[in-house]
Design a protein. Structure first.
Length: 356
């Protein structure tokens, strides 16, 4: 049985699991903003955006995002989603020794293997609260040239408590550090970002996504923040017109919403996540200490996650399997935080599961 590599596209999961898709489903496998209202985007000039070639340099995008983040325009590179940025970095580091803290987003491994990199894995787990013990970690760093770190991590939703120390250690060992902050926008505290280190440390590379917060997954827009020299080198490898004209316009409108809408969403997401996880704890489930819009779940009594996955699918709740997350091996399921009505639907199903 080959399961889909990512969440979304639930029909593929139903087909792979050989389960008939109910007429009504709620997709908890997609961890984008459930409160985003996309019809507030102004599409009045869409005919022009379609007919004209887009700006190959994303000039306005760079200007607006640079102003918002207080970085130089020359430090930004936009791509067709964060995934293209990951593959671009993997190509740049072709053949290098890559360190990945896992379980995590599987595109790092997939991209690096495509460019003949050697993968070295550092495992984190529930027992150590998904953290990296630094006293042991330094010996691992001596084996690698580049380290990928997802913060908040996907699929756990947890943050690394010692990122500043990891930044210093990787600098000490002359290792490039790629920090993926795709879900940073959902975090209650803005302190977790490493952006304030970007001018001080030339080995630091930050990845971000526009599509998660603004529910633009189909549009695809992500970007890299790094030193100018690296951005210049990466830009030469990026295909012309990687970001189409419609997406550039959506990205420009999204940046104007980055303060008000983001703060509202953070509050709602955090309230709902805390409510849901507290109820799940009462029902006898483990949930990871997430700070973002998804969490890992495990039944503390019946650890057969496959049976739970089947049950939820049959009853119209689509969740993310963890079969292809290294070191998780399907033991957990990942669930997105949705609206209160949708979350209550899921809670009712899980209570029924417990009471069978």
């Amino acid at each position: 049985m080959t399961l889909p590599l990512h969440g979304a596209n639930p029909q593929f999961l139903y087909e792979a699991m050989n389960v008939k898709m109910p007429e009504k489903i709620i997709d908890f496998s997609v961890n984008t903003n459930p409160f985003a209202i996309n019809d507030h985007f102004d599409m009045g000039n869409i005919s022009t955006w379609i007919s004209e070639y887009p700006d190959p340099n994303c000039t306005l995008l760079k200007r607006k995002y640079a102003e918002k983040m207080s970085v130089k325009e020359e430090q930004l590179l936009f791509g067709n989603g964060a995934s293209q940025c990951i593959f671009l970095l993997a190509e740049h580091f072709r053949g290098k020794a890559i360190g990945i803290i896992e379980p995590t987003f599987n595109e790092y491994r997939r991209a690096c293997e495509a460019f003949q990199c050697t993968i070295h894995t550092w495992e984190i787990n529930e027992e150590n609260e998904w953290q990296v013990p630094l006293n042991e970690f330094e010996s691992f760093l001596k084996e690698i040239d580049v380290l990928f770190l997802c913060n908040p991590n996907n699929p756990t939703g947890t943050i690394f408590s010692n990122v500043d120390e990891i930044i210093k250690m990787t600098k000490k060992h002359d290792i490039h550090l790629v920090i993926d902050e795709a879900f940073y926008d959902f975090c209650e505290s803005e302190d977790m970002t490493s952006l304030h280190h970007i001018q001080q440390y030339d080995h630091l590379i930050i990845l971000r996504s526009v599509t998660k917060m603004f529910n633009l997954a189909g549009a695809r827009l992500g970007y890299i923040i790094a030193q100018e020299k690296l951005v210049n080198e990466l830009s030469r490898k990026l295909p012309t017109w990687s970001v189409n004209g419609i997406v550039q316009q959506l990205g420009l409108q999204a940046v104007e919403e980055m303060t008000g809408e983001v703060l509202k969403t953070r509050r709602k997401i955090n309230e709902e996540r805390k409510h849901v996880c507290e109820k799940l704890g009462d029902l006898g489930f483990y949930t990871s200490s997430s700070v973002t819009n998804y969490y890992l779940l495990r039944d503390l009594v019946n650890e057969n996650a496959h049976s739970l996955l089947m049950y939820l699918l049959q009853n119209g709740a689509v969740v993310r399997h963890t079969e292809n997350f290294t070191h998780l091996n399907g033991k957990y399921i990942r669930i997105a935080v949705k609206t209160k009505v949708e979350n209550d639907f899921l809670l009712a199903l899980l209570e029924e599961w417990k009471n069978r």
